[in-house]
Design a binder for this molecule. Sequence first.
Ligand SMILES: Cc1cc2nc3c(=O)[nH]c(=O)nc-3n(C[C@H](O)[C@H](O)[C@H](O)COP(=O)(O)OP(=O)(O)OC[C@H]3O[C@@H](n4cnc5c(N)ncnc54)[C@H](O)[C@@H]3O)c2cc1C
Length: 406
Amino acid sequence: MTTRTYDAIVVGARCAGSPTAMLLARKGYNVLVVDQAIFPSDTISTHLIHPPGVAALQKWGLLDKVVATECPPIETYVFDFGPFTISGAPGTAEAPVAYAPRRTVLDKLLVDAASEAGAEIREGFTVEAVEVEDGRVAGVRGRSRSGGTVTERAQVVIGADGRHSVVARTVAPEQYNEKPQLLAGYYSYWRGLPMEGRFETYIRPDRGIGAWPTNDDLTLVIGGWPVAEFYANKRDIEGNFLKMLDLAPSFAERVRGASREEKFVGTAVFNYFRKPYGPGWALVGDAGYNKDFITAQGIQDAFRDAELCATALDETFTGARTFDVAMGEYQSARDQQVLPMFEFTTLLATLEPPPPELQQLLGAVHGNQEAMDQFARINSGVTSPADFFAEENVQRILDGAAQPTG
Ligand SMILES: Cc1cc2nc3c(=O)[nH]c(=O)nc-3n(C[C@H](O)[C@H](O)[C@H](O)COP(=O)(O)OP(=O)(O)OC[C@H]3O[C@@H](n4cnc5c(N)ncnc54)[C@H](O)[C@@H]3O)c2cc1C
């Protein structure tokens, strides 16, 4: 039964969906958010939020709530390449640190913020079909855990429903820049593994390891191997994980001295861009653009999509611009911003040794604090890899005189 027509229905209530709904609701629109999960809810994802993502939380008035959960700030990024280590500050004066709140904490906080902004939230509601009328998306059909099937209508249906998006599946958008799965990553949580404000990563042949602190005095440790080893290594995840840690012996010793508190979870993901709009629909977050998690960009990318998409839809609803013009700008702004990071991320995710020129550059970065901060800032998404790897900047670093790039 159809009850009412919303300005927007958002499918998915995590990092992309709730902020999009919140921003639209704050502008006074009628927004329905549905998610099959009931929050607080965990998901297969680690949760490092680099300084640009933290800045978005601050702008939205949500950072204090994250800090209040006693999630520790992360001030330094450490990249251990074996022969040498690069250690730098990931942020800017305005947003100097990263945080890594558990998804049970972060996503609940985002859902509540959307609700407080006036969005209607329906948890435990699964969208079974996207309704299309005369070539235009008109609403969704779905079912709550307790009730029967309902249809809801909206001017626009926003797919914030992740990598397996039912909205994207229905509208079959153009997909581009596709790359296969590259890395299989697994993670768990340890108690008694102090990080003292550091994100640590260990880069070894065919292996990458990362660790950082989160809520409840726990430390997350994630490690990955090439996807070619995915199925073989699945037979003994813990054994293979510990063997991998042994490639960084002093870190392995710290982990062995701590206690693992949760089971291992992990996955491998496809890399793609999708056109994020069409008649009556939009995509935000992983539904529209996905990349390997090795550089931990997904949450802040979802936040950026929420801002860009909500702004474009507002312009459409107010008649300031046509849907196609406003949403076309959302797509081009997204693509322009993320493409260099996408290339950098998918290069790292191969876990192949850096090409000789990059090795030479990293050697020159090592020990030059300004250049090490720059390197930390490309990994955090503050500085575009395009700027860092620009000929002039590379030459400056090789000459031993790095200047800030952003
Ligand atoms: C192993 C791993 C580690 C990662 N680590 C990091 C990291 O450290 N930092 C970082 O920034 N990013 C990380 N990412 C990426 C990050 O998880 C994603 O980019 C981010 O979660 C995207 O948010 P989203 O809202 O687009 O989608 P999701 O978080 O996937 O949320 C989609 C939501 O849609 C709902 N949904 C789906 N289908 C339906 C339906 N039919 N009906 C109703 N609801 C539906 C789901 O229940 C879900 O709640 C990692 C990813 C992986 C896989």
